[in-house]
Design a protein around this ligand. Sequence first.
Ligand code: NIG
Ligand code: FE
Length: 412
Amino acid sequence: MSILITNIKQLLQTRNHNVLKVSGKEMKDLPFIENAYLLIEHDTIVEFGKMEDMGDTIAEKTIDATNKVVLPAWCDSHTHLVYSGNRVQEFIDRINGLSYEEIANRGGGILNSAENLQNTTEDELYNQAINRLQNLMKLGTGAIEIKSGYGLSTEAELKILRVIKKIKHDYNILVKSTFLGAHANPKMYKDNKDGYIDDIINQMIPTIEKEQLANYIDVFCEKGYFSLEDTDKILAAGVKHGLTPKIHVNQFDALGGVALGVKHNALSVDHLEIMTPKDIEVLKGSRTMPVALPSCSYFLSIPYAPARAIIDAGLPLALASDYNPGTTPSGNMNFVVSTACIKMKMTPEEAINAATINGAYAMGISNMYGSITRGKKGNVIITEEIPSYNYLPYAFGDNNIDTVIIHGKVIE
Ligand code: NIG
Ligand code: FE
């Protein structure tokens, strides 16, 4: 199957193959072609350029994009998509005055989701997850990372990772999977966190390697969850078994987890709501991508990651959804991009770069995803008729997407 998109008002993020991420001032630059065409053959971008240079190009299917913008599909590098049920009651409790911490301390929060998941069959878990995934694909997400972390026992963590593996197999979308066994200390190990860490290191990680169930290892490095010392140990064990670190740090406190991530050559450090100048300094010259999750800040009413300080220090920044039942019950990347502009003072160019090419980098796939580049995957969003790409973040909460194409297939 080949698809030719013609008369595109603005074709965004046209790049050469060697651009794998953009940092600092480069983030303000979003290359685009006006009055453009794009040709996708099978699952690959093969040609694009100005309409006047299209010549006699033909395809099995032609889509007219007059007055429409075309951009790469979103690359969401941080989600917890495989969970069971919801935490609506905690949402109400927070409205009525309880804090996230207070809810967690009385056995709610992550432990609440873990109990729910342990009582959910693998089939039911899969069905809930694919419902969410199908919605996200219609909202323009064309590559996604999914974490475990709501199991908190060997059996339940492996159940989640097998569901992710089945999604990878069944759906025509790039999925990267992350083992986040160290998400919270389970009830069973209430007074014996080291016992749980021992299970993570000696049972879960070796099985994950044997069954090739994950690409990445993650830890929730935070007061009341996993300390710097715990995180160091768990990441080292993961690396030994072929997993690349990607960690949750600086959501509520700056403990030094960013430096620890850099020490372990983490692909990304995620959250970063509370950042010290030292945390920013230590990222310079590293391969580690800082990842901000503005929908989490929005939902919990906590600070936003200091995007301006990070970018103005010359660093790259990626944006992701953090889709999960507790802190971000939304995987809508359009909202993420809008919120980054409105609340974090990122320009539309910076936010779109952060949610495409830099998001792809944070999943280790920016050689194949995240830009309009010959040879990359045919993953694009075609908008409704809009005045310019600036209209996308401006019209927050609106769905301005007309068509989504993933791996050369129109999402119905
Ligand atoms: O990324 N911060 C840790 N983990 C999740 C949310 C956990 C939950 O409340 O379910 C996050 O925000
Ligand atoms: Fe998260």
